[in-house]
Write a protein of this length. Structure first.
Length: 237
């Protein structure tokens, strides 16, 4: 089968506004070897005032990204038509800074400060907040936030009703920083083993319903040629 890679540019302005441009779509197909998404950051760091005044500023980047991804997996790079069911063996997210006018923040401004700030719980005082407007986003910060969010939504057993379609459509999710590998999520491996903590942490967890979902998802992955791993957790026995 001929390998096909699509390249999508997602430009992010001031950490709040996202714009998409297809860079390469060599042919229309429902089966991709790679969906490569360049996450390019322009403008300044988001402020806590932005976060409090705009819904799009609070956890927006991850949710907005997911809306783009979900739409693509449904329709592909074309207008809304019938559900086409796109399959991507590998999803690559490459984080870059594309801002040329502003400089990176000084060392005393940490990822933890940035994360609290974008959630509307600033650690910076008013003077520091004014200073933030002078700086551009360190791409490793939104990458770290995306990594934590992906780890959360792909935790098998929790949130499968909202995000379970990822397991039906994607083999591996890889995060890069300026082209260098940072982390990867092997969805086949994660699907094979549910954390035992699900019993204790989520007492309303519906095991029979989950088992049916996983059986259906494994069958779907096998049918479309995505890697599968035999379940090995206590619910598979």
């Amino acid at each position: 089968m001929k390998e096909t890679t699509y390249i999508l540019d997602l430009s992010v302005l001031n950490e709040m506004y996202m714009f998409s441009t297809w860079i390469s779509v060599p042919r229309l197909t429902t089966r991709l070897s790679t969906l490569h998404i360049d996450m390019r950051f322009f403008g300044r760091i988001v402020t806590s005032k932005d976060a409090l005044c705009s819904e799009s500023a609070t956890f927006s980047l991850n949710h907005c990204f997911y809306r783009y991804l979900d739409r693509f997996l449904t329709y592909g790079p074309v207008g809304r038509k019938d559900d086409r069911g796109i399959i991507a063996e590998t999803l690559v997210l490459d984080f870059h800074s594309a801002e040329t006018e502003l400089s990176f923040p000084p060392g005393h401004m940490s990822y933890e400060d940035w994360e609290a700030n974008r959630c509307g719980n600033p650690r910076w005082d008013d003077e520091q907040m004014d200073e933030v407007l002078k700086y551009k986003t360190r791409p490793q910060w939104p990458l770290s936030a995306m990594r934590l969010w992906l780890a959360f939504i792909t935790k098998v057993g929790y949130g499968v009703e909202d995000y379970g379609s990822l397991y039906e459509s994607i083999g591996t999710i890889t995060l890069l920083l300026n082209g260098r590998l940072e982390t990867a999520f092997d969805l086949a491996d994660q699907l094979a083993e549910v954390p035992n903590e699900m019993y204790d942490r989520y007492p309303n967890f519906n095991v029979p319903k989950f088992q049916k979902w996983r059986e259906r998802t494994l069958s779907r992955r096998e049918a479309v040629g995505l890697c599968t791993v035999q379940p090995r957790d206590l619910w598979s026995r």
